[in-house]
Design a protein around this ligand. Sequence first.
Ligand code: ZN
Length: 233
Amino acid sequence: MIKEEIEKLIELQKVDEEIREIENEISSFPVLKNQLQEQLNKELNELNFIKEEHKKLQVERREKELELHALEEEVKKLKNRLNEVKTNKEYNSVLAEIENLKKKISDTEDEILILMERNDEIAKKQEDFRKKSEMMKKEFERKIEEKRKRIEELKKELEGKLQEREKIAEKIDKEVYSLYEKIRKNKKDGIAICKLEGETCTGCFMHVPTYIEEKVKRKKEIVQCENCSRILY
Ligand SMILES: [Zn+2]
């Protein structure tokens, strides 16, 4: 009698463990989704940062080009003035000013060249990141879709397991069943019934007294571990 109840409990425990595993995998889905989304967001943030840098660089370059243009206009004006100056001193002074501006023009041209180089670099970096984040997004979507399908399957599997569980559970003595349930719900690992290996409870790995061991062997009653309260067999 007790022997049969124990056998049914072991069977129930096996199904409960399977149910637990399925439920764990199902509940890990949102976690995985969040992790992947976080990785992707990080990449997209980096891409946005590079885009901003690129924009700033372009603005800077445009400003420099306007500056260059203004300097060139200034040189033109001064060259015209050279024809109008009356004194040698004035002539030399305008000439010096032109030379000064030419130096500035040359410096500005150098700066623009550097900005252009940096622009090329950042444009390449931006393109690399764009490709990378696009690939990541695709990979992300693929993984999510794959997992979503797996979850669908698991849900079906779970339904089957729950039905199986019900069939086993309804055959178990009510009192025995409610004791099993009480213990199962109290245990983090969901294990309510476990083997006694020699004198050791395999649920909590504590040594059990001899009289408990004997009671388990006699199979006349449901015996619980005094330490973890799991049912022993
Ligand atoms: Zn125990």
